[in-house]
Design a binder for this molecule. Sequence first.
Ligand code: XIL
Length: 341
Amino acid sequence: MIRFRSFAAAAAAVAALSLGARAQTTLKDAYHGFFRIGAAVNTRQCAGQDAAGAALVAAQFNTISPENDLKWERIHPQPDAYNFGPADQYVQFGEKNHMFIVGHNLVWHSQVPRWVFQDDQAKPLDRDALLKRMHDHIMTVVGRYKGRIGGWDVVNEALNEDGTPRRSPWLQIIGDDYIQKAFEYAHEADPQAELYYNDYNLENDAKLKGAVELVRKLKAAGAHITAVGLQGHDNLEWPTVAQQEAAILAFKALGVKVSISELDVDVLPAANRQPTADVSATAVAAANSNPYAAGLPDSVQQALAKRYAELFGVFLKYHDVMSRVTFWGVTDGDSWKNDLN
Ligand code: XIL
């Protein structure tokens, strides 16, 4: 294993890899001792249908996140039916490769079936019934992988851009304490598991303030929150170094760890991309929406490499509080950004 003498050298390794240069080391070894390096994996990679993708993950990464297979609509599609097959394969893939295995996610407003919030007459559930449903789901899913999945995104994306609570069905039916309850149930299901709050755009001031307030309240209520996941759906200009640092430092001050949980850097010009990681904001595919369909110009590839070095420079500076940096997707071909989100 090659250890880098300086943070800058380690950051440069990422830049080199993104340039396709012949790497001297692997990503996970380059950052060994600083933080784990992860990738979100899909069903085909875990099932061995994408052998090249699976081999790349095994060689380069020491933590994995499930891109979709543990989301409610996949793992619990009907009230009395769980679909554990792909999730089991995901966990087995991580164990086979001695990786830190992340669970994503338990409580979210997206990729959750409508029946979750309704009774069998399709009427809205009341608070107690939805809390019971949340409890059953968390006990079943977290309980199944107890001691094997090391950390869970317990609640995903609970805030609006202005930092106020998102009025999801969870909030509307249960009330403000639904987040606290989700953390309570996850801790009950696996007391050893790390528990995370995960969101995007937390590098923006108003949303950061809202998240800091949320974490402060959770801690005051006794929630076992280990870390905040900054999703990291970035672009070449945003977030600035100052914004990235401010977000990391704000959570460090609260005594929780930080991870970059879903890193990707969008290189499309601003006019062609959505200014959000909101999965419902899918752009209408237009013929001119990707100016780089025939390949990325060298100048943009260089800018991307520089940008990765800049971001990893920040992560390394705060490595004492950073637990992991996970890329959202193994290759550009796997990226959800291909749907122009
Ligand atoms: C995305 C997946 O990558 C896509 O395959 C799926 O169609 C939509 O969700 N924030 C999250 C992730 O927390 O779960 C999302 O993943 C990307 C944004």
